[in-house]
Design a protein. Structure first.
Length: 301
C-alpha cells in the first residue's frame, strides 16, 4: 500500500515509521522545510506542500490511501475550519481528480466531538454533541471525511483520538506537582494512535470495516481514569507526595479561564475501545501504567 500522510506531525511521523516497517510506502507531507526535514529524519519520503493549496499538492505522488492528520497550530476556530474542513475538501477534490485516485481516506478527529456525558461511557454509536466552536469544526470535518469523500468515490474512515501522550508529551510534572482538577482522562499513547490509523487502513483495504458498515473508530486505551487517581498513582511511583486536589467548582471560581476552556472543563465522559478490541487491535500500551513507565524512570533518575 502507498500512503500519503497529510499533516505528518506527532502521530504522522510514527505512522510513517510503522508503515515502512511493515512493508508499505509512506509519503509525509508538511508545510514547512523543517517539517519535511523531520519526515526525512524519520526515514521516509517527504514532500513540502500545503493541504489548503491544491497546486502545491501536485507534488505529492499518487497513492492508494490518504491520511489527513493536519493541524491548525492551536489557533482559533476559523483557522481550524480553514485547515480541517476547507483543507480536507481541497485534498479530497485534488486527489479524486487524478487519473489514479486513492481508494481510502482516514481522517484523524478527536473525542472532543462527544461533548459532555456526565462521566458516562461513550462509543462509536453515541451521538456527537460538540460544545465548543473548535469541536464543532471537527464534527463538520468528519462529515467531509465520510460523505464528501464518498461522493468522490473514496471510502472515508474517521479515527477519533483520545488525549495523546508519549515521548515529548508526557506532561508528568503537571500531575505530580498539581494542583489537579477533578474529571476523567481518556488517553492513548502516540504509538497506539498511529497503530489504530494503520489498523484502519488495513481494515478498509481488506473490506473488514466495509463489511460491518464501520466508518468510525474510537482510539482510546483500556482504562479511562480519574485525574485525581492518575495523579496519585504517578506521584507514588515518582516518590513524591500526593498533589493538591481541587474540584471543578473550585477551579472555575478562580475566574481566569476562557469560555471555551470552561466548557471543556465541564465536559466529562469515559470512552470505550470495545469495538477496536473486538476487531482485533492489540495495544502496545493498554493503559497509562505501561505507557508512563519510561517517563517515570526518566523522572526518577
Amino acid at each position: 500500500m502507498q500512503v500519503a500522510i497529510l499533516g505528518c506531525g506527532y502521530v504522522g511521523l510514527e505512522l510513517g515509521r510503522q508503515l515502512t516497517a511493515t512493508g508499505h510506502d509512506a509519503v509525509g507531507v508538511r508545510r514547512s522545510a523543517d517539517g519535511a526535514a523531520a519526515i526525512e529524519e524519520a526515514g521516509f519520503e517527504a514532500v513540502q506542500a500545503d493541504v489548503t493549496d491544491p497546486e502545491s499538492l501536485d507534488a505529492v505522488p499518487d497513492v492508494d490511501a490518504l491520511v489527513f492528520a493536519a493541524s491548525s497550530g492551536g489557533r482559533g476556530a476559523e483557522a481550524a475550519r480553514h485547515v480541517y474542513v476547507e483543507g480536507l475538501e481541497t485534498a479530497i477534490e485534488q486527489f479524486a481528480g487524478r487519473e489514479d485516485p486513492p481508494e481510502q481516506l482516514v481522517y484523524t478527529s478527536s473525542t472532543g466531538v462527544y461533548g459532555d456525558h456526565d462521566g458516562d461511557w461513550v462509543d462509536e454509536t453515541t451521538p456527537i454533541d460538540p460544545t465548543t466552536e473548535k469541536t464543532a469544526v471537527l464534527a463538520d470535518a468528519e462529515r467531509v471525511a465520510t460523505d464528501v469523500a464518498d461522493e468522490h468515490g473514496i471510502d472515508g474512515t474517521v479515527v477519533r483520538f483520545a488525549g495523546l501522550y508519549g515521548p515529548d508529551r508526557y506532561r508528568l510534572e503537571r500531575y505530580v506537582e498539581g494542583p489537579v482538577t477533578e474529571g476523567y482522562l481518556n488517553m492513548i499513547h502516540r504509538d497506539d494512535a498511529a497503530g489504530v490509523v494503520r489498523f484502519a487502513l488495513d481494515g478498509a483495504a481488506d473490506g473488514t470495516l466495509a463489511d460491518r458498515s464501520i466508518d468510525t473508530l474510537l482510539a482510546v486505551d483500556d482504562e479511562p481514569v480519574s485525574k485525581w487517581a492518575f495523579a496519585d498513582w504517578l506521584a507514588e511511583r515518582c516518590g513524591e507526595p500526593a498533589p493538591e486536589k481541587r474540584t471543578i467548582e473550585e477551579r472555575l471560581a478562580a475566574g481566569d479561564l476562557s469560555e471555551p476552556a470552561e466548557r471543556r472543563l465541564r465536559t466529562s465522559k469515559r470512552c470505550s475501545n470495545d469495538l477496536l478490541r473486538e476487531l482485533g487491535y492489540e495495544f502496545s500500551f493498554p493503559s497509562f501504567r505501561e505507557g508512563y513507565r519510561d517517563a517515570i524512570e526518566a523522572y526518577s533518575k
